[in-house]
Design a protein around this ligand. Structure first.
Ligand SMILES: Cc1cc2nc3c(=O)[nH]c(=O)nc-3n(C[C@H](O)[C@H](O)[C@H](O)COP(=O)(O)O)c2cc1C
Length: 368
């Protein structure tokens, strides 16, 4: 199993050889506010935990004597060739992890030949990320704001900058209650800012995320809680890009996404940060895949921490998985190199799992 060279300070006993190692290392490097913001889930964190543990209820059925001398992880996703079915989920404010923030994360995805998704509430702008990783397949995650003009401007900027899909997040019209953030009074430090919002807009926003009232107030005051399915028509009318709906957890909503012209769905519960008590993301996959019956590509994120998690999600019908926190831990560990290490670890573990399974992704059973 390969790993990038270790940072100079790393000793043999602290070699990072799995995502859990990267997590431990990042926890030691990040301050309390950032640790809280990155790692917390909503309320009692049931869903946060279950996103990770749910994979353990699925068992793999390996097939023997299959030629695995070449395990091919490449595939075509929405018309783009990618090197593996593991991409980068959108996560806000990546400069909290490392000064190069989103640009380093996007460069890591570019170097690994996979998809980078940029958050609306990023600390590097759409244009900066596009310039940093011109060859990466880039998707732009969209929060629809009450201010539709501002929303439209962002969509147009993403399209102009070469992003090839929009990821419309539909599970955050209200802001999940994350106790760590409440306790820490989380806010963005003064040297960072939400780079996709122009100064004029931010000046007019009461309780901006950089001010004392923090992100919860920003979301509550800016995101449009009235967003509903018919707004997909509006979004599709202002862009040529495919719109992927992120935050689908039921077959009913998957079918509505298809009816309203989505280009795909991302099964996700926002990494357990929104509705606590929501089912684990991997458990939501099978019914969604069955309902859509091939009408739309199905992607997923939530709790992916090892290659065997990826193969299970693929076997349950996901075309590709995305990772959130592991990339932030990688960034905190060593900027672009750390983010690349996270993707390398997962890719190599997936290749191993596929080889040991005899590459038969469909030959899986469920226990428990
Ligand atoms: C710190 C953090 C910030 C996030 N910010 C966003 C965001 O801006 N937009 C979004 O759609 N999802 C956001 N997410 C959710 C991720 O896209 C993804 O659904 C989740 O992280 C997947 O779970 P994982 O962290 O277990 O991989 C965020 C997640 C984290 C951990």
């Amino acid at each position: 199993m390969s790993a990038l060279p270790a940072p100079p300070s790393q000793t043999m006993s602290s070699v990072v050889c799995c995502i859990d190692d990267l997590e431990r290392s990042a926890l030691a490097r990040l301050d309390k506010n950032t640790n809280g913001y990155y790692n917390a889930g909503a309320d009692a964190e049931q869903t946060l935990k279950e996103n990770v543990t749910a994979y353990q209820r699925y068992r793999l059925r390996p097939r023997a004597l299959v030629d695995i001398s070449h395990v091919d992880l490449t595939q075509t996703v929405l018309g783009h060739r990618v090197s593996m079915p593991i991409g980068v989920a959108p996560s806000a404010m990546q400069k909290l992890a490392h000064p190069d923030g989103e640009c380093a994360n996007a460069r890591a995805a570019e170097a690994m030949g996979t998809i980078y998704t940029l958050s609306t509430i990023s600390t590097s702008s759409i244009e900066e990320v596009a310039a940093a990783a011109p060859k990466a397949v880039k998707w732009f995650q969209l929060y629809v704001l009450k201010n539709r003009d501002m929303t439209q401007r962002m969509v147009e900027r993403a399209e102009r900058a070469g992003f090839s899909a929009l990821v419309l997040t539909v599970d955050a019209q209200m802001f999940g209650k994350r106790l760590a953030d409440v306790r820490n009074g989380f806010k963005l430090p003064p040297h960072l800012s939400l780079a996709n919002f122009d100064e004029e807009y931010k000046k007019n926003v009461k309780g901006s995320v950089e001010q004392s009232s923090g992100i919860s107030h920003f979301v509550t005051s800016q995101f449009d809680p009235s967003l509903c399915w018919t707004d997909l028509a509006w979004l599709r009318s202002i862009t040529k890009l495919p719109v992927l709906v992120k935050g689908i957890m039921t077959p009913e909503d998957a079918l509505l996404a298809a009816e309203h012209g989505a280009g795909g769905v991302i099964v996700s519960n926002h990494g357990g940060r929104q509705l606590d008590g929501c089912l684990a993301a991997v458990d939501a996959l099978r019914p969604v895949v069955a309902a859509l019956a091939g009408r739309l590509p199905v992607f997923m994120d939530g709790g992916v921490r090892r290659g065997t998690d990826v193969i299970k999600a693929l076997a349950l019908g996901a075309q590709m998985v995305f990772v959130g926190r592991p990339m932030l831990w990688g960034l905190a560990y060593d900027g672009q190199r750390g983010a690349q290490l996270a993707l390398t670890l997962l890719r190599d573990e997936l290749r191993l799992a596929m080889g040991l399974c005899g590459e038969q992704l469909t030959a899986l059973g469920r226990e428990g």
